[in-house]
Ligand binder design. Structure first.
Ligand code: HBI
Length: 96
């Protein structure tokens, strides 16, 4: 059973994810991405999809043309878990 991060664990984890916004209401993190074209946005989504499948941990996301909005939280834990932190870091590695 995946555990929800404690406040201290969460604070520590978010220090390493400065690009991500914390949603207190959902205990989730979000980041928006903007690309030069739809094709680049979709290529990014394809890479994230493969990471998600490999991690068995899936984003809540939307795409409008060249923009991709991603929210990460762990439904089974009722909030942020290490899986969200790990996937966010892998997503950052794709773009940063
Ligand atoms: N992705 N974000 C997220 N949260 C989950 O709880 C989750 C998931 N992907 C797969 C998954 N859970 C299932 O593998 C487990 O519920 C068995």
């Amino acid at each position: 059973m995946i555990e929800q991060l404690s406040e201290a664990e969460r604070a520590d984890a978010l220090d390493g994810l400065p690009e991500w916004d914390y949603d207190e209401g959902r205990d989730a993190i979000g980041r928006s991405f903007s690309f030069n074209s739809f094709s680049e946005a979709f290529a990014f989504m394809t890479q994230v999809a493969l990471l998600a499948e490999k991690a068995d941990h899936h984003p809540e996301w939307s795409n409008v043309y060249n923009r991709v909005d991603i929210v990460l939280t762990t439904h089974d834990a009722g909030g942020l878990s290490t899986r969200d932190i790990e996937l966010a870091g892998q997503i950052d590695d794709l773009v940063d």
